[in-house]
Design a protein around this ligand. Structure first.
Ligand SMILES: Nc1ncnc2c1ncn2[C@@H]1O[C@H](COP(=O)(O)OP(=O)(O)OP(=O)(O)O)[C@@H](O)[C@H]1O
Length: 260
């Protein structure tokens, strides 16, 4: 493991969804949460936006193998998740995906470093090695020195940093975050998103963030907008404009450029 170094990626396209359909209920009561559509996820950060009920969480759950779609495929580096058994998908989630939820969902009795090490210990890594690796990821998210604090002794933002370290500790291919800043104030939320984008990039993982907040989505390199179960728009952030070398010039902040 090399925390902080970019892991080489041989194949840029990590996850591909094709013709995704998710229907809840039947006949008159059917609700079409995903109405068919494609999405490719490669290295970098992707925000999924859209109004309430547009299908954001359902899309995330299908991409992450938590739910099996009614139709369509989700392929992780050549392996179709939709043709796997529940047991196989559960095993794949543990090794290939990391998750960050709205509130950290940390174990109150355990110190930060043990919370971050939990996925490794549950997967059979020895305690000492797991804790050493978790401490590296805590440092990556700016929590060096706070390894021994229990969740009750951490701020909301610090707790989310522990959750980010926990999501990265298994060295996943993709980190999925569902409204990861929803329980934080605006400035802490933006700070945490910045940490999440930077840490996942440094760990060599792709990031998929569901959010309703454009200020949060702006931290991601790419944004898709959903409506009625479909992706209806896609934007790419412009690369940051270099600082002018001499003299004051017009400031151009990062903004979104519509590409679809
Ligand atoms: N378990 C379920 N049973 C029936 N319908 C569901 C279920 N889960 C979601 N839905 C429906 O599917 C549609 C999409 O829901 P989803 O939660 O994916 O949307 P969302 O964009 O994430 O919404 P929010 O922003 O409010 O979380 C909605 O119409 C919702 O009511």
């Amino acid at each position: 493991m090399c925390v902080g170094a970019v892991r080489p990626k041989l194949d840029l396209m990590i996850l591909s969804a094709r013709n995704l359909v998710m229907t809840y209920g039947i006949a008159d009561t059917a609700s079409h949460a995903l109405a068919g559509g494609d999405l490719d996820i490669d290295a970098g950060s992707l925000a999924v936006m859209g109004p309430s009920g547009s299908g954001k969480s359902t899309l995330l759950h299908c991409l992450a193998g938590i739910q099996r779609p009614t139709a369509g495929s989700v392929v992780l580096r050549g392996t179709d998740l939709t043709s796997m058994s529940d047991r196989e998908r559960t095993a794949l989630r543990r090794t290939d995906f990391g998750f960050v939820f709205q509130s950290g969902q940390l174990v109150a009795e355990l110190p930060a470093v043990e919370n971050a090490a939990l996925p490794l210990m549950l997967d059979g890594t020895g305690r000492k090695a797991a804790i050493r690796r978790a401490a590296g990821y805590l440092a990556l998210v700016g929590l060096a020195g706070l390894e021994g604090r229990r969740p009750g002794e951490l701020s909301g933002g610090q707790a989310q940093r522990v959750a980010i370290a926990r999501a990265l500790v298994t060295e996943p291919s993709v980190v999925f975050a569902d409204e990861p800043t929803g329980a934080l104030d605006q400035s802490t939320g933006e700070e945490i998103l910045h940490v999440l984008v930077r840490a996942t990039s440094q760990a060599g993982a792709a990031l998929v963030v569901v959010t309703h907040d454009p200020a949060i989505a702006r931290h991601c390199a790419r944004t898709v907008v959903m409506r009625d179960g479909r992706i209806v728009a896609e934007y790419h952030a412009r690369p940051p404009v270099p600082e002018p070398v001499e003299g004051p010039g017009p400031f151009e902040g990062p903004f979104l450029q519509r590409t679809a």
